[in-house]
Design a protein around this ligand. Structure first.
Ligand SMILES: [Zn+2]
Length: 417
């Protein structure tokens, strides 16, 4: 894509009313726009990142045999009354129309997915399976001060699994721990993300969160470096300040952001909707469930918090809006530089490399500062200086390292994931 055609622009100043690093950088770099507290528009560059995160999650959910669907946000009050959550969920958005009919704007989809699958499940042969979606969720957050980390409207991947019994559900739940670890590894926060023991509520001993260590975090976790797991602040008392896996007492305290969670729902939602199946003996049994969430904005914002530096955003290759930032330096009278940049742009596109080409007529310093702010992993400079050379000047955004590469070497670096 040519940068001259991008309708958005970077901002010189960070927004005054946003204190979170992720919001400051993302708004300045033109990735998101704030409509109101906790509600953001994803702009062209930001949406490319969001879609890459989504596709990584989709690939992993499909590997775990998840079947993708899309459920509505507008959800009948009756469904929420069936589970009792119409009255107990404090942060539920409730809307009524002119006729007085009430709906919830879904913060989660158990109330929709359970009656949905009830139409298709009758026998033990219909189980197990899992279904998931990417969907906008709504939550009445009173303190939406953390940029895209804590939204009032936000996109989540939520998956629900359905099983004959607890044993089968727990086996799947254990598999999902590994699937989640792979997702966070692939988006670039694997090293700082910990499987965290949290309270399971009244239905299970534990639920599990995936917490990423960052100073922007609102949670406190206690990490056992031996097991590479953590305990959430809320259950640390119950654990007598020891690792639930090995009993280690010497735990490291960190602030963190929850980027995902998994719950053993058991029959909490299947029972009120009477979601049952006939077992081998023809006896009616209640379906056992698990659920698995990842907040996409959370992941997006957390990557910015963890990897961003004083110059701006730093994208891991896997979710960068483009693989390469091609920056053309020179005055507009110099057609040879522009022609060379055009040739390189075409050739890279031809080889399947995603390129953002800064073809604008701006000063070199301005272009480099903006390129650092946008944070694409590789920068290639084309100038009158590079024209005389048969190698390409490539700068690594994360390390600042500059290398001179041949065309073959350049292609290899650009295509490396
Ligand atoms: Zn341990």
């Amino acid at each position: 894509m040519k940068q001259s055609q991008l309708f958005t622009k970077t901002h010189k100043e960070a927004p005054a009313d946003d204190i979170a690093k992720n919001a400051k950088l993302l708004v300045r770099a033109g990735f998101v726009d704030k409509l109101q507290a906790g509600v953001y528009t994803y702009l062209p560059l930001g949406l490319r990142v969001l879609k890459k995160i989504e596709n990584i999650i989709r690939e992993e959910m499909n590997t775990a045999r998840g079947q993708e669907i899309l459920m509505p946000s507008l959800q009948p009050k009756e469904n929420w009354q069936t589970t009792g959550r119409w009255d107990t969920m404090d942060d539920l958005y409730k809307v009524s129309d002119a006729s007085g009919r009430e709906n919830a704007l879904g913060p989660t989809h158990e109330e929709i997915v359970v009656p949905l699958v009830k139409q298709f499940v009758s026998s033990y042969r219909d189980l197990p399976f899992a279904t998931y979606q990417f969907q906008n969720k709504f939550r009445m957050e009173l303190r939406a001060k953390s940029g895209i980390l804590r939204g009032r409207e936000f996109i989540m991947k939520d998956m629900y699994s359905f099983h004959r019994d607890e044993e089968d559900m727990i086996a799947y739940y254990e598999t999902m721990k590994g699937v989640y670890a792979r997702v966070f590894e692939r988006v670039g926060i694997g090293a700082t993300t910990f499987l965290t023991f949290a309270s399971g509520g009244s239905f299970a001993k534990y639920s599990h969160e995936f917490q990423t260590v960052t100073s922007a975090g609102e949670d406190t976790i206690y990490i056992c470096d031996k097991c590479r797991v953590a305990v959430n602040n809320e259950i640390i008392e119950e654990q007598k300040h020891a690792c639930p896996q090995c009993g280690e007492k010497n735990l490291r305290t960190e602030t963190s952001v929850e980027v995902g969670n998994i719950f053993e729902l058991k029959t909490r939602f299947s029972a009120p909707f009477d979601l049952t199946y006939k077992d081998e003996e023809g006896k009616d049994r209640t379906v056992v469930m698990g659920c698995y969430g990842i907040g996409l904005g959370r992941v997006f914002g957390t990557v910015v918090e963890v990897l961003g530096d004083d110059k701006g955003l730093v994208w891991p290759r896997s979710i960068s809006p483009f693989a390469v930032h091609l920056v053309e330096i020179g005055n507009t009278d110099d057609a040879t530089v522009h022609d060379e940049a055009q040739r390189l742009y075409d050739e890279l596109l031809n080889k399947g490399v995603e390129v953002l080409w800064d073809d604008r007529n701006l000063r070199a310093g301005e272009k480099f500062a903006e390129s650092d702010l946008i944070g694409i992993p590789l920068r290639i400079v084309v100038s009158s200086k590079t024209l005389s050379s048969d190698t390409f000047e490539v700068k690594d955004r994360a390390t600042g390292e500059v290398s001179m590469l041949s065309w073959e070497e350049l292609l290899a670096v650009c295509k490396k994931q």
